[in-house]
Write a protein that binds this ligand. Structure first.
Ligand code: ZN
Length: 347
């Protein structure tokens, strides 16, 4: 399947032809503006909304408290959509307990791209989706957070519990800026992640009731270094449009902000897809492969790429496991078991 998608060929120098055995410095970064469409709770530990004191802008030097979306939770949420899609389209059986957190298969596109902990015969895999914290455009204030009171319902008596709870929530409309990086990814993996980033719609705690979010991918940058960071871009947006109430104002500034960030680190060799071009990539992809049989056919092919890689890796890992056994028993120095620690993780 040749992918007929505008601008994708321009990113080729920063994508891999096949899933790499050893990591090359090929980076593709997605610039994402997220806007809450409901209340949300983003915490890392405890009930407190995660807030960090950081500089307001690149120009504006005051220090402000910003709301933060933790990167690990964003990754976990977005990869869940990918796996649910694999299941819905029959690439995983819906009836069997195949590949979920705690029991990953180590062979599918999600496992191979986003990583998995040690599995027998498959070793382990680091994530090639490198996430960065998401930051609120504006300072935390009474405009974007509120303390919401609720009655605790006693499930047995159905009565309102005596304990009135209250919790801090982030308010609808709040805008976040974040950057996601793919390292050593193939074109299919990039499209897979674009799909997951574009369509993931709920984040944070209590996500069956709140946490509704709309993601706008406003630019893509390919280069040999990890050029962009979430906080830096967020600060640039703040200097330009600190009073923005909709993503459109950020979209209008996105190209300028990204180029300024790249020039600031003196990066010359890169490909930058503007927000219009990024939108064309997404449009072409979704028109051709975004639904029904088209989506399934594309996903089957993308997943086959991962399975082929897993089969190659499994052969190699099994070979290493077989040769490591006698060395371990004899406690010979200088065995080959460095780095991945495959044999030990299996115990
Ligand atoms: Zn899997």
């Amino acid at each position: 399947m040749t992918l007929d998608i505008r601008h994708l060929d321009r990113l080729q120098p920063y994508l891999c032809q096949e899933i790499p055995e050893v990591m090359p410095a090929r980076y593709v970064q997605l610039v994402i503006v997220r806007q809450l469409e409901s209340h949300a709770i983003f915490t890392t530990e405890g009930d407190e909304l995660t807030t960090r004191k950081v500089r307001a802008g690149r120009v504006d030097s005051q220090v402000i408290p910003r709301l933060m979306m933790s990167n690990r939770k964003v990754l976990a949420t977005e990869r869940r959509l990918g796996k649910e899609t694999l299941r819905a389209l029959g690439l995983f059986p819906e009836t069997a307990d195949t590949c979920y957190l705690g029991k990953q298969c180590g062979r599918c596109i999600d496992c191979i791209l986003c990583g998995f902990a040690a599995l027998k015969g498959l070793g382990n895999m680091n994530s090639r989706v490198l996430t960065d914290e998401g930051w609120s455009l504006c300072a935390r204030s009474g405009f974007n957070t509120d303390n919401v009171t609720f009655n605790a319902i006693n499930e047995r008596t159905r009565g309102t519990g005596q304990a009135l709870g209250d919790t801090d929530m982030i308010l609808p409309g709040t805008i976040f800026v974040s950057v996601t990086t793919l390292k050593g990814a193939t074109a299919n993996e990039l499209l897979y992640w674009l799909y997951c980033s574009h369509f993931t719609r709920r984040y944070g705690a209590d996500a069956s009731r709140i946490g509704k979010m709309r993601n706008h991918i406003v630019g893509v940058v390919g280069s040999y270094v990890e050029a962009l960071s979430s906080l830096d871009l967020c600060q640039r947006f703040y200097d330009a449009v600190s009073d923005a109430t909709d993503p459109e104002s950020l979209k209008a500034k996105a190209d300028e902000m990204v180029v300024a960030a790249l020039s600031d680190i003196k990066l010359n060799g890169y490909v930058h897809l503007t927000h219009t071009e990024t939108d064309e990539v997404l449009t072409d992809f979704l028109v051709r492969y975004g639904k029904g049989d088209g989506l399934r056919a594309w996903l089957v092919q993308a997943n086959a790429e991962a399975e082929a890689y897993a089969a190659r890796k499994s052969k190699k890992v099994k070979g290493e496991e077989d040769t490591e056994q006698p060395a371990e028993e004899a406690e010979v120095d200088g065995s080959e078991g460095d780095g991945e620690d495959v044999a030990n993780d299996e115990a």
